[in-house]
Write a protein that binds this ligand. Structure first.
Ligand SMILES: [Zn+2]
Length: 195
């Protein structure tokens, strides 16, 4: 695409789309495009920190930097119970649900305080046990596997270090964390539970 066309494209873009690209979808953008984004942000009086978020998605990060970003999330209040007593960490909710003609399974990361993480794995286990097993054949095969996976995930819920789930969640959301590192409300949106 010609640069002039890209410029036009960005000029026409609604704010929410520009913000989405800058914070979450900037990986692999051509270097010239950053300048275009910067111009648009300024023109529209939007926070130019969003540009740093776009750049952060295109950088190699050292382990220390990723830990730094993860800590920004870990010290937020728990998105489920609101507690600030313990550092947040991550877990994966593994669920299986069978319907008449098919079985669906999902793995969803959750960021919360250790006690809420346990509850998430427990409720995923319970709902899988109740709703997963009766689909043939996958329900029967996947149900015990996924219950086991929840038990495995739970082992990382109370560790004192920032666990792998939190670190990979951080890496996936690094653009948004960088963009909003001074905006607690926006940071809380990043870790809000999806469903
Ligand atoms: Zn909690």
């Amino acid at each position: 695409m010609e640069i002039a066309d890209i410029v036009k494209n960005y000029e026409r873009m609604p704010d929410f789309e520009l913000i989405r690209i800058a914070t979450s979808d900037a990986q692999g953008l051509r270097p010239e495009v950053f300048e275009i984004i910067e111009n648009e942000l300024k023109k529209r009086n939007l926070d130019t920190n969003l540009l740093n978020g776009a750049k952060a998605q295109n950088k190699e990060h050292s382990k220390e930097e990723i830990y730094g970003y993860a800590t920004v999330l870990a010290v937020l209040p728990c998105p489920i119970c609101g507690s600030t007593l313990k550092k947040l960490n991550g877990t994966i909710r593994h669920t299986v649900k069978s319907f008449i003609f098919f079985t669906s399974h999902s793995t969803e990361p959750v960021i919360a305080c250790p006690d809420c993480l346990d509850k998430e794995n427990n409720s995923a286990t319970l709902s899988t046990a109740l709703l997963g097993w009766w689909g043939l054949p996958w329900g029967l095969i996947k149900t015990p596997q996924y219950i086991y996976k929840n038990q495995q995930s739970k082992k990382q819920n109370h560790v004192t270090y920032l666990n792998e789930v939190l670190l990979s969640y951080t890496l996936e959301n690094i653009g948004r964390i960088e963009s909003y590192k001074n905006d607690k409300i926006k940071l809380q949106e990043i870790i809000k539970k999806k469903s």
